[in-house]
Design a protein around this ligand. Structure first.
Ligand code: GDP
Length: 194
């Protein structure tokens, strides 16, 4: 898909701020620093629409990016910060629950993981959390360019195994450096929103 128009419509902290036009939504989740912003920017061909490496401790918001007036990417704050307080974590949990449990036009979530390493405990929790809401999840296994070609299959199988990815969910090897996986990621997303 050629993205001609992409804009941050709102950074929301509560339901009443969500856009009301009810276009289909694809949520984007992932550990902080995993490569989530690079993934969005690569998908929409912008250098820096999504903020990269947002620091822990910043206000945590759901960022709604409207794409070509047809759907939203909803960037969900990164999880797995070592140092957030219990209070902040609770606030984060409530915001996530409000969105994932109740948002009817949410069609699927892209969960970004680092293909170089085993998915972490937090990645597994997040996948299970999303499946608990019976949401389709596409796993974006990023940093593919960092893995030698003859080892890629092994890493991809490992992601499926460690996350116990359900059969209907796709694992998409991806690189924000080279753009590999971009077409499959678009195709999979468009299937979910059409
Ligand atoms: P975020 O915190 O999840 O949004 O992570 P960023 O998108 O800011 O990425 C974190 C770091 O990983 C940055 O230094 C990126 O340049 C790097 N990075 C992200 N994706 C890739 C990738 O596909 N390949 C490589 N080699 N580096 C990447």
């Amino acid at each position: 898909m050629k993205v001609t128009d992409a804009e941050l419509v709102i950074s929301a902290v509560s339901q009443k701020q969500y856009p009301s036009d009810l276009l289909p939504e694809i949520a984007l989740a992932g550990r902080s620093n995993v490569g989530k912003s690079s993934f969005i920017n690569k998908m929409i061909q912008r250098k820096a629409l999504a903020r990269t490496s947002s620091k822990p401790g910043k206000t945590q918001t759901l960022n709604f990016y409207k794409i070509n007036d047809t759907f939203y990417f909803v960037d969900v704050p990164g999880y797995g910060y070592a140092k957030v307080s219990k209070k902040e974590r609770e606030k984060w949990g409530k915001m996530m629950e409000e969105y994932f449990a109740e948002r009817e036009n949410l069609r699927a979530t892209a969960l970004v993981v680092d293909l170089r390493h085993d998915p972490t405990k937090d990645d597994i929790l997040m996948y299970d959390y999303l499946k608990h809401f019976e949401l389709p999840v596409m796993i974006i296994a990023t940093k593919l360019d960092k893995i030698p070609k003859n080892k890629r299959d092994k890493h991809i199988k490992n992601v499926r195994k460690v996350l116990q990815v359900e059969e209907e969910d796709t694992v998409i090897p991806f690189s924000s450096e080279t753009g590999e996986g971009k077409e499959l990621a678009w195709r999979t997303m468009l299937n979910h929103i059409s």
